[in-house]
Ligand binder design. Sequence first.
Ligand code: LLP
Length: 431
Amino acid sequence: MKDKMIATQYDGKVLTEIAGFSISQLVAEHGSPVYLYDAETIRQRCRDLQMFETVRFAQKACSNLSILALLKEQGIVVDAVSAGEVLRALAVGYSATSDPPEIVYTSDIFDRDALQVVAEHHIHCNLGSPDMIPQLAEVQPGAEITLRINPGFGHGHSQKTNTGGPQSKHGIWHEQLPSCLAQAKACGLKVVGLHMHIGSGTDLEHLAQVCEAMERCARLVGPTLKTISAGGGLPTVYRAGQQGMDLAQYHRLWDEVRNRLAADFGHPIGLELEPGRYLVAESGYLLTEIRAVKKMGDNLFYLVDAGFNNLARPILYGAYHPMAICPVGQRTSNTNHDVVVGGPLCESGDIFTQEDGGVVSRRSLPAAQVGDLLVIGCTGAYGAVMASNYNSKPLAAEIMLDRGELRIIRHKQTLEDLIANERSALETVTR
Ligand code: LLP
């Protein structure tokens, strides 16, 4: 099977079609900005991971119900970090009580909503703080639980996505595992799982270090252990020069750990992987229209109608996304220019071409004029889910291309939707 379109093939170029659909026609029909997903790319990424017996999608990366339903069809189970994410998983038919559980709640706290939803639906919990142990025991007496361990080190594509080590709020500090095991026992909970996630956008070298830490912790838990989870963090190639990961080698490392534990404990040990980005990043595109082209000193700006209200990764992490131009009118030039790409928001940081720390950078993009479209690629993970209504901008529509068909998977928020809640509150107060 031919591999799907990858970022490095279209970055800095002209792009007119995605999965056989005309980009300009999609925008003409669905408006701009709009998030587009190519279902076949998601299926391909699921196939890449099929050597892992349980792949648990970290839905925080892209929790649209239609994306979850597609992943469910591929045999992927799901992680949830909030009451809302549990409800999303239930809404597409994931079962809470299967073995292994199709839904796991992973967090470092139970807010009141989460505790209630977890209790009501008997959701298996992966606890990232010691205080969660008695809180869960109260609502799920006798439950089986997983403990999320912070192994004392972490790594991510940005310091903000590093989830291990003493500066991270995530997980139970590895030295506290024995006391948490005792506490769980005293509360009547049974520790059957261990989980480690050291960060997002990391690499094989750092991920491999987790194997050893996991094995050490697993021996402290002993034979009640049924499952180990390697967490997520698998990298995605956003730009030329970045390395993908040797998945077979990664699987081999974990398989060896699990086999050694199984031999020692005398029963099989389940192995889970918990990727978010890897499964969905490359499937997504943010399509946006160029509404102004202007010069500021030496800088040429393309200003588009999507901003960090739609895609926050560049302003938050200086994240690089591949970009292409889809000309709508007659192309007047075939040359590329070094440009700065910005959005519509009333804030200087609303720049898609920036590095960590907010340094504005330039990108080589084809000549474009007002009305042409900018395609921002690899936006399927941590794109639409991190959108906001800042500057009172409505959330964009999301559409999915699948086997030659197009489906709207989230309707564009209307301007009236934006203010309806407050309008009714205003009316209540003034009545
Ligand atoms: N498991 C846990 C417990 C996590 O906290 C995360 C991500 C994942 C799995 C999935 O990690 P992934 O495979 O996607 O790297 N907004 C940031 C990423 C934040 C990740 C938060 N946790 C970004 O846009 O890069």
